[in-house]
Design a protein around this ligand. Structure first.
Ligand code: PHE
Length: 341
């Protein structure tokens, strides 16, 4: 009997040896099956009790049951330990210091040039103009030829052109959009065309890329008075209702007559300052009545139709509106600058 007892108890040793390296709940379950499962080591010993004489069976059974309980408890205890350990690990890795300052997400803003563009667009849309677009990499034909600026024309030198090839340029103005739209649509037309333009030029008031807005209105009986009324009410809404506006004779190959449009200096109210170079006036845009040659180029009958066109730089308007003295600030993406608008 003493021999039986020693044999049964001896399952504890190997069990404890096997238990000690187990570090997962799955490993524990494997161990449980190995000892207490249907074909487990302890189970088969329990089964073999039947072959013993009754008095030995009772003693041996008691020992086996004790061992079984011992194993069950040991497994349960280790399971709890593993769970605690995991929780502690998780807490350690997820610990947060609630006294640290939070991470601040700087909200974005609309770029001042985009704001200015949107404001200008709103004014023209409210007067019934639609919005058109054209390519920035443009054929020489649309940028110059069709606008009555043939090769060797001195007016080409007014704009320092980036050439991509002999007959492809980066558009130097938004005026080619006039041609593209007139080729596609018949009058009456009334649209603006904002976008990027390119000229080889750089200083505090010029960058190689800048933005323009073109305007075109074509129909029967469109006169210079319409041009004046549209531009005056535009300038009054963008600057102030009482800003003086003047039209000065000028020259563009694609308009005839042509004008440059000035507003009374908004800084010195016309008395003369550095910004207006003492003149009291600030040039703001170019404009004129569409040259009949341009209508012929797109197949419009110049006897039937007339129209006006205008073009302005968006940077220039934004600089005046917000008193910005260096155009390069728009492109440096310095949030100390951008955050002010
Ligand atoms: N395209 C001209 C420029 O860039 C501006 C302009 C447009 C003038 C339309 C008259 C009419 O200088």
């Amino acid at each position: 009997m003493g021999g039986e007892k020693a044999k049964n108890s001896s399952l504890r040793e190997p069990f404890l040896n096997e238990l000690s390296p187990v570090d997962s709940v799955a490993g524990l379950e494997e161990l449980r099956v190995r000892y207490l499962g249907k074909k487990g080591l302890l189970t088969s010993e329990l089964k073999s009790l039947g072959g013993l004489p009754p008095d030995e069976r009772r003693a041996a059974g008691a020992v086996l049951n004790e061992t079984k309980e011992f194993i069950e408890q040991a497994l349960a205890q280790r399971k709890q330990e593993l769970k605690d350990l995991e929780l502690r690990r998780k807490l350690a890795s997820e610990s947060i210091d609630v006294t640290l300052p939070g991470s601040y997400v700087q909200p974005g803003r609309i770029h001042p040039l985009t704001q200015t563009l949107e404001e200008i667009t709103d004014v023209f849309v409210s007067m019934g103009f639609s919005v058109e677009e054209g390519p920035e990499v443009e054929l020489d034909y649309y940028n110059f030829e069709a606008l009555n600026i043939p090769k060797e024309h001195p007016a080409r030198e007014m704009q320092d052109t980036f050439y991509v090839s002999n007959d492809i340029v980066l558009r130097t103005h938004t005026s080619p959009v006039q041609i593209r739209v007139m080729q596609r649509k018949s009058p009456p037309l009334k649209f603006i065309a904002p976008g990027k333009v390119y000229r080889c030029d750089a200083d505090i008031s010029h960058t190689p890329m800048f933005h323009q807005i073109e305007g075109l209105m074509v129909g029967e009986d469109i006169t210079f008075s319409h041009l004046k009324a549209v531009l005056e009410s535009f300038l009054h809404r963008i600057f102030s209702p009482d800003v003086p506006v003047r039209f000065r004779p000028s020259y563009f190959p694609f308009t005839e007559p042509s004008a440059e449009v000035d507003i009374g200096c908004i800084f010195c109210k016309g008395t003369g300052c550095r910004t207006c170079k003492g003149s009291g006036w600030i040039e703001i845009l170019g404009a004129g009545m569409v040259n009949p040659h341009v209508f012929e180029m797109v197949g419009y009958d110049p006897k039937k139709y007339s129209g006006f066109a205008f073009g302005m730089g968006i940077e220039r308007i934004a600089m005046l509106k917000y008193s910005i003295d260096d155009i390069r600030l728009f492109y440096e993406n310095d949030i100390r600058f951008l955050g002010q608008f």
